[in-house]
Design a binder for this molecule. Structure first.
Ligand code: ADE
Length: 225
């Protein structure tokens, strides 16, 4: 899979992709992540990438030209399954969307800033708009990092134990059950006996019950699905 991220702050995205699972996924060739600085495509003599909004009002708007230049350049080089705009007014990102996107070959992610992007980019180039939550970040970069991480960990071979992504919270609309490791007792706080029993069918039943209780308590919206 290839992911091209368009941003005015590529340095914000270097950290999240340079350690742990995201780094290994790139080193092993499961994903190719390319960061593009939108400013490099500005034809303005000051390399500006934003401008005042028509009609007046506070806040600058990201200009259409540099963004269209990069998108069209990339689209000439290969087919992109989706051009995704990270924005607080997009569809709320959920596991199902990550699963779907993990099956694609090439994706472009556009990170917004300021008051937003010229609406004509959304009308003519963007195929999906995603929000990572009902709050406003100072830019789309952290949202793009979240989306990329959530997709890349699903690619075959990225996680050591391939079943571990399948047993994540949300994959079956259930939160994960509680987990424990050694010691079996700490300050008198004991690991539930059933987990030490070696009775795997009963352990599975216990986990299912705990997952259901936890989901009903914390995320009744998921439970009702
Ligand atoms: N850009 C700013 N806030 C955002 C959010 N919540 N999700 C996606 N992109 C954003």
């Amino acid at each position: 899979m290839r992911i091209d991220i368009l941003t005015i702050l590529p340095e914000l995205l270097e950290g999240p992709f340079s350690a742990s699972i995201m780094k290994r996924a790139q080193d092993k060739g499961h994903v190719d992540i390319h960061l593009h600085n939108i400013r490099d495509y500005s034809t303005d003599k000051h390399k500006n990438v934003d401008d005042y909004q028509y009609g007046g009002g506070a806040g600058m708007v990201m200009s259409i030209e540099p963004i269209v230049t990069i998108i069209e350049k990339l689209q000439k080089e290969r087919f992109y399954d989706d051009v995704i705009f990270m924005t607080p007014d997009g569809t709320l990102l959920e596991q199902g969307v990550c699963n779907e996107l993990s099956l694609k070959k090439n994706l472009i992610l556009l990170c917004g800033h300021y008051k937003g992007i010229d609406e004509r980019i959304r009308e003519h180039f963007i195929t999906k708009e995603l929000s990572i939550g009902s709050y406003v970040l100072s830019g789309g970069e952290l949202a793009a990092a979240v989306l990329t991480d959530a997709i890349v960990r699903l690619l075959p071979g990225v996680l050591n134990n391939e079943t571990s992504a399948l047993t994540d919270s949300f994959q079956d609309n259930l939160l994960s059950p509680p987990v424990y490791t050694r010691p079996p007792e700490y300050r008198g706080w004991k690991v539930p006996k059933i987990l030490l029993s070696g009775n795997f069918p009963e352990i599975e039943k216990w986990r299912e019950k705990k997952a259901q209780e936890r989901t009903q308590e914390r995320r009744p919206d998921l439970f009702d699905k």
